[in-house]
Design a protein around this ligand. Sequence first.
Ligand code: MOS
Length: 704
Amino acid sequence: MNKVIGTAVNRKDGWAKVTGTATYAAEHQIPGLVHGYLVTASIANGQIKSIDTSAAEKAIGVIDVFMHKNLPKVFTPANDFMTSKIYEARLPLSDDKIHYAGQIIGLVVADTFERARDAAHLVKVEYISQKPVVEAAKATFKEAPPQFGQELKFEKGNFAAGVASATTKLTATYKTATEMHAAMEPHAIIAHWQDANSLTVYEPSQWVSASQRTYAQLFGLPTEQVRVVTPFLGGAFGSKVFPWPHGILCAAAARELQRPLRVVLSRRQMTANTGHRSETEQTIRLGATTDGCLTAIAHEVKSYTSPVDVFTEGCTSVTPTMYTAPNLQLKQELGVLNIGTPTFMRAPGENPGMWALESAMDELAWMLKIDPVELRLKNQTKEHQRKGQPFSAKHFADCLLLGAEQFGWKDRPKQPRSLTRDGKLVGWGMAAATYPGLRAKASVKVRLLADGTAHVLTAGNDMGTGAYTVVAATAADALGLSVQQIHVELGDSLLPDGGMAGGSMMTASLVPAVMSTCEQVLKTANAKTAQEAFATLNQSGRAAFEGTASSAPSDEAKKWAFQSWGAHFCEISIDEEIGRLQVTRWVSVMDIGRVINSKTAASQVRGGVIMGIGQALMEECHLDPNMGYPVVYDLATYHVPAHADIPRIQVAFVGEPDLNFNPAGVRGVGEIGITGVSAAIANAVYHATGKRIRDLPITPDKLL
Ligand code: MOS
């Protein structure tokens, strides 16, 4: 009886967003609001020798100046991923040490933003400075610790023996650059203490319930004394799940002052203090027989973290999921640099991991003279080689075959430099995409009202991905109503915990919870459809039927490995005289289980492809090796794709439900779209030019 699920539904929040009535964190109007501006370090390594705040304190409108000597008490939270976590383990202003350029060292509070900013520049700081280490080659490395409870190193069989038995061998090293999340909405927070022990936070958060628990622990309060409100986010990409130092500092200062306090970060401040994707260096070694069967795969990865927290770009996580080989060896090292703390960024690990692996598979296909689609079909694995479990509802082959057909892959001229158009070289490339199927416990409240509407309420967040619409579509089908009759409220920690808008799991977590809660409320109403329940309400004069329920992964599901799959096919053109590369055609086919909203799902894939084109062609953040400062610091210096860089992106879905995963059979689509994109482009560059580029981004100088 699904009438809405699977169709193309317009965004429930679209109208509010395009008319400017959607309220973002910094836009909340609170009477008596005062403004904070961060003071940041001008060195990248060392110590504060002296601070003189006298001029700042005397400046017009200044209310207070907080530096490490007078920071109010903040407690260290449990810092466990699923309960409460801060992004950077070192609490802000906890001592006089400087670990990276732009590190927060103070906060000036004034009656206006401009006065706070002006006074922040009047704070005089003297440092004892040491030369920072910001170059990857100079880092000291250690073995990367397990991530989310999973070891990143792995060994199966004997790699050396596997390579020895191969007739075709490849060793290649691939690099990715430091990348910024660059969300449209900057990081910002309003902290409002109703009294010394009750806090309301307005902050972009991908998981208000976890943020609520974390702020409660930071200030030694019971969880229910904190409320986090995030009805809308203007993009997040992994950088807005947990509190960052500026948020902790803002809330601490606001408690001290007992005034609502707002802190908005500049783009430059965000570069150091709100995460990034670490650069990586990855060596892939492959061995294969002449007919294209892999005998051995090794994947060795280096990524980098800050001196004050440990975050690994876990690239080796994808390797055991993609291609089977009797001998498999994974290693991951972590280097420490004087840079801000890195964090999750759309397909953390999977994305750079697939850049390396899918580039290497293409190189191997050329060496073997085997079609790269065929090489992938031949070596795909039925089981997750690390977990030793079979994949549930895997339709990777359909993605490859359907994509090849839609793109016209079989007509591909087989030699590099054989395709030209208007005096430019043309190349075709393809690569696979993948991302794990994740899901967490989610709780939802449903209320049927006598006015003929249904309200669906959960703390779960929509970070621009389409959660409002997916929740409404699911409830519409479950209750037999139209999408217009469903009112959805999200992103308030007063509501039941809906889980994290991260790990591509919001849809897979929320949809089953919405389904079962709707079912339960109908049962309470003794009705088959909402219409019947509305009739009962009208006859009895009762105001509403209401229920709250949860859905969580079952034990049965532990038998399976859940993973989504995809394939990208692209065409590029290159003007060799000026090194100009243009992406001219794109086809993506995804197997993400059942598709709930074909419109927002396709938009997620397109967004991922666009972000992947940015990674492939332009996104990078170098640090000055002497000063340790990022040489990019805003949306003018950090280049992301513009409309002129993007072709029409054709998206199709396999659509087979994964019913082992959840009763709706849906896996999620937020991150998979970006994986494999940069490899597909580099593979097309090879086809166009005969040049193999192993170092991202593929800037014009590399194509001359
Ligand atoms: Mo995503 S990087 O889990 O927001």
